[in-house]
Ligand binder design. Structure first.
Ligand SMILES: NC(=O)c1ccc[n+]([C@@H]2O[C@H](COP(=O)([O-])OP(=O)(O)OC[C@H]3O[C@@H](n4cnc5c(N)ncnc54)[C@H](OP(=O)(O)O)[C@@H]3O)[C@@H](O)[C@H]2O)c1
Length: 153
């Protein structure tokens, strides 16, 4: 989580913030006290009539394209630096197939867990690259190993 927070929050320009785009279920899974994700502009995608006006810096769109259109608008274009798609499953796939796709940041957890949400292998047609600010060595927390990977098309 700290790697996720650092990567999605850090900007070169202190006057800009990053945008995180997520599906409605991913938003629902964030504990209340962490909503909206701090120091980031939160975009939530939903096809229903979701109202998140009680949350600051949080916007709802009914398609990924609508969200991208708003990012290109005069009102928004100078406010943000990076745009991070942070799940869930269908959104990862949609973003990967989008012409706006830039890089995939993947954390592999070296252990098998029971899960209820699955994604296909997103890395199939991608090439792994080295990125200076991403540690290459295997990480460990509470006895669980994991490693960071970065891919481009
Ligand atoms: N490990 C990870 O990287 C990661 C990241 C994120 C989430 N998660 C986990 O994954 C689970 C949630 O993922 P999920 O795949 O089930 O759901 P999700 O993608 O987060 O949310 C699905 C919902 O998002 C909305 N949505 C998605 N794509 C849309 C689009 N293109 N246009 C408009 N609305 C769109 C729809 O909302 P409506 O139903 O409201 O119309 C859809 O039902 C949670 O358990 C979460 O903790 C893991």
């Amino acid at each position: 989580m700290s790697y996720f927070s650092k990567m999605t929050t850090t900007t070169n320009d202190p006057n800009r913030r990053n945008v995180v785009i997520m599906g409605r279920r991913s938003w629902d899974c964030i504990p209340s006290k962490f909503k909206p994700l701090p120091n980031r502009i939160n975009f939530v995608l939903s096809r229903s009539n979701l109202n998140l006006s009680e949350y600051p810096d949080t916007f709802v769109f009914n398609s990924l394209q609508k969200a991208i259109d708003v990012l290109h608008s005069e009102a928004f274009k100078d406010l943000f630096e990076q745009v991070w798609i942070i799940g869930g499953a269908s959104l990862y796939e949609e973003a990967l197939n989008s012409s706006n796709f830039y890089k995939l940041y993947l954390t592999k957890i070296h252990k098998v867990f029971d899960c209820d949400t699955f994604i296909p292998d997103l890395t199939k047609n991608l090439k792994e690259i080295d990125e200076p600010n991403v540690p290459k060595e295997v990480q460990e927390e509470n006895g669980v190993n994991f490693s960071y990977h970065v891919y481009i098309k």
